[in-house]
Design a protein around this ligand. Structure first.
Ligand code: ZN
Length: 240
């Protein structure tokens, strides 16, 4: 919970991801990893040596402009208010993804991670600017990509905006869907959709990670949903 609160406290509006990036990389100081940054600012991490890797992805940026954020924990709910007590966004989209990936990097022996900048649309600028511009070579030895960037608590997006097929509906084993109470759905655009649009062949999907009211001041997270999402993703990686 403390890590999550720290992540929410850092503003990372698109184009201003420097602080969250250095904070996140600081969390990994005790691990033996290869960490590379491309010229756009995306971060690519490799843990372990293997013939092929599972890969998880999230994005550093958020839609909210910087403002004071007092993080409130109310039982299972986490949200923020400003100094006047008005709700303000926390960037749980997609810091919940960063939180999950930090845990996975500490527990898995073999893993690749792609963390993108500038996923969110910004005024006239389209979204997914980091994933549209990155090299795809990092994914040459990747079996599949699990994005942890979906709102809510029970969805696996298998078809992205524009009818982009991300993976077959049986990509995630049915018993794992049932165990963690997830269903396959059609969803919006995010980095894995952009990668598929660019011709990436491997299976991808986008998994709910426990945030609600994304892009709104009333954004909040449910901690037990976030923990369930981490356990789900961890089990998928152990299985396929
Ligand atoms: Zn997002």
């Amino acid at each position: 919970m403390e890590l999550l609160k720290s992540l929410y406290t850092i503003n990372s509006k698109s184009g201003y991801e420097g602080l969250i990036k250095s904070f996140f990389i600081g969390l990994l100081a005790d691990l033996e990893l290869t960490i590379e940054e491309d010229c756009i600012g995306n971060i690519f991490i490799t843990k372990g040596i293997a013939g092929s890797y599972p890969c998880v992805t999230a994005h550093f940026d958020e839609v909210h402009a910087p403002t004071e954020r007092n993080i409130i924990v109310d039982g299972d709910l986490i949200y923020a208010v400003d100094n006047q007590g008005e709700h303000v966004g926390i960037g749980a989209d997609d810091k919940n993804g960063l939180w999950i990936i930090s845990h996975l990097l500490h527990t898995k022996q073999v893993l690749k991670v792609a963390l993108f900048v500038q996923e969110e649309r910004d005024g006239e600028m389209p979204g997914c600017r980091g994933s549209m511009a990155c090299s795809l070579a990092f994914f040459d030895d990747v079996r599949y990509i699990l994005a942890v960037d979906r709102k809510g608590n029970n969805e696996v997006v298998t078809v992205g905006k524009g009818n982009i097929r991300l993976c077959d509906n049986d990509f995630i084993p049915n018993d794992l869907l049932q165990k963690y109470n997830y269903v396959c759905v059609d969803g919006g655009r995010t980095d894995v959709v952009a990668l598929k649009e660019r011709g990436l062949q491997i299976s991808c999907c986008n998994i709910s990670c426990g945030y609600f009211n994304a892009h709104k001041p009333e954004e909040y997270s449910v901690f037990t949903h976030l923990e369930n999402s981490l356990a789900f993703v961890s089990d998928i990686i152990d299985r396929i």
